[in-house]
Design a protein around this ligand. Structure first.
Ligand SMILES: *[C@@H]1O[C@H](CO)[C@@H](O)[C@H](O)[C@H]1NC(C)=O
Ligand SMILES: *[C@@H]1O[C@H](CO)[C@@H](O)[C@H](O)[C@H]1NC(C)=O
Length: 258
């Protein structure tokens, strides 16, 4: 098994999404002047606030900042024999078990424990991601949700500033199935009923891209109500592959976000 326990990368090139600056002119989003309102159609869909997620990452408006490497510990261990649950709008994989998976470094103010991960997808190859990049959507997006070790659990951390850290990964279409992903999605037909669950060996450390040195960082919110603006978002530049067959396999199996 590949060792993701201590990932140290030199020559970090980190893009910081410049939203705080761009969004700082009163209550309006200055980005409208640059990117156009069309790109923000998902920004205010349920909740209102100045730091709502998801966003369209406009790369021309990002700047480089050396935050140091992100350290990821125990992803594979914590995702062995985990519970997948049909949560109605998505499938949630529970990572909240021992050994604890955690992330640190990369400008995060503390260690964050992994809580769960889930996917967002749409009805075809083109749309499905929550975040956009330069106006473009991706067929799928994975979120790995973490809470600050300063707090005792996700529920408590969710209401605190910088209480949560979510890692986001876009998927891009490949001609071949992603075999690691296949191990997870082949369980989906077994959990068609909302609330039902199944065990799976998720191999999360193997699923994420090998190159995690480039990412976009911004301060935002939960993408679903209560939309608490307590999330440090990290969206990675490297993508995970998924085949059209796999995306189309997911589509009829409920769980469409919008
Ligand atoms: C936002 O922009 C609109 C339209 O230009 C303007 O009427 C409104 O006063 C602005 N709000 C703030 C808080 O700047
Ligand atoms: C690829 O994935 C699809 C959807 O899950 C599945 O039906 C198909 O059998 C897979 N193909 C191979 C070669 O594993």
């Amino acid at each position: 098994m590949l060792n993701y326990k201590k990932i140290l990368f030199l020559n970090l090139l980190i893009f910081i999404f410049l939203r705080e600056v761009a969004g700082s002119s009163g209550g309006n989003w200055s980005y409208m002047e640059y990117g156009g309102t069309k790109k923000w159609k998902y920004t205010f869909h349920t909740c209102t606030g100045k730091k709502q997620s998801p966003v369209d990452i406009i790369t021309a408006l990002t700047f480089n900042k050396n935050y140091g490497p992100m350290e990821i510990v125990n992803y594979d261990e914590a995702s062995a024999q985990i519970l997948l649950t049909n949560a109605g709008t998505t499938v949630v994989a529970d990572l909240h078990k021992d050994p604890k998976a955690k992330i640190s470094g990369a400008g995060l103010p503390s260690v964050y424990f992994a809580h769960s991960f889930h996917f967002h997808w749409g009805s075809g190859d083109g749309f499905g991601s929550e975040h956009f990049k330069d106006g473009t959507s991706f067929p799928m997006e994975m979120h790995i949700v973490h809470y600050s070790s300063t707090y005792s659990n996700l529920e408590e951390a969710a209401h605190q500033p910088e209480g949560l850290a979510v890692l986001g990964f876009f998927f891009t279409i490949s001609t071949v199935n992603n075999t690691i992903l296949q191990g997870i999605i082949e369980k989906f037909p077994m959990i068609k009923a909302v609330g039902s669950n199944a065990k799976v060996d998720a191999q999360l450390g193997m699923l994420i891209p090998k190159d995690i040195t480039k990412y976009y960082r911004y301060s935002g919110s939960l993408t679903t109500p209560p939309c608490s603006e307590t999330v440090i978002w990290t969206i990675f530049e490297s993508t995970i592959s998924v085949s059209s067959l796999q995306v189309n396999f997911l589509h009829p199996h409920l769980f469409i976000d919008r």
